[in-house]
Structures are given as C-alpha cells and as structure tokens.
Design a protein. Structure first.
Length: 98
C-alpha cells in the first residue's frame, strides 16, 4: 500500500516515483526520505542504506539514487505503524496484573 507521508492518504501511483511527483491530495513531494523504505529515525543520517548521501530536509524531494517508495505507513518516529496499537494492546492484556 502506498501512502503519502504527509496526509497518509492511499495513493494510486505508478512506480518508480519520480523526483517531481507530488501527492494528488495535499501536494507533498513524494520522492523524499519520509516516503522511503530505508528511512529510519535514529539510524545514521536517519537512513538504513549505508551508501546513501546525507539529506538534510527529509520531507523534501531529493536526488537519492537508493530511494524506494515504502509499502507501509510510518509513524512520526520512522517505524512502520500498521499494527502497533493492536500489538501493544495484546501485550498489555498478556501481562496485565489481575
């Protein structure tokens, strides 16, 4: 599932995403670190691709050759957020004191 990092709406786009592609709903640039599968807050330069050059503005379009549009929504900490709440509630119920 491809979603915009800014508005989180599902996109119907043809991959690969070009540097000038923008979200049809909010106009956010799509070829950016925040939409990349390699983006991870806390990793060196917030990127898991070791050969990628440093990008300062993670939400702006860039020329990174390693960009791959991510298949899942990420939370504001750079982690996939698909079932985080579901998993957390299951763990809490497992270790609940009763």
């Amino acid at each position: 599932m491809t979603r915009c990092h800014a508005c989180l709406k599902e996109l119907e786009i043809i991959l690969p995403v070009g540097r000038r592609n923008v979200c049809d709903f909010c106009g956010a640039e799509l070829h950016c670190c925040l939409n990349c599968v390699f983006y991870q807050l806390g990793a060196y330069n917030d990127c898991r691709e070791p050969q990628a050059e440093r990008v300062i503005e993670k939400g702006r379009s860039n020329f990174c050759d390693y960009f791959v549009f991510g298949d899942s929504v990420k939370d504001n900490k750079g982690r996939a957020s698909g079932n985080i709440i579901d998993t957390k509630s299951k763990l809490e119920s497992l270790f609940k004191k009763g």
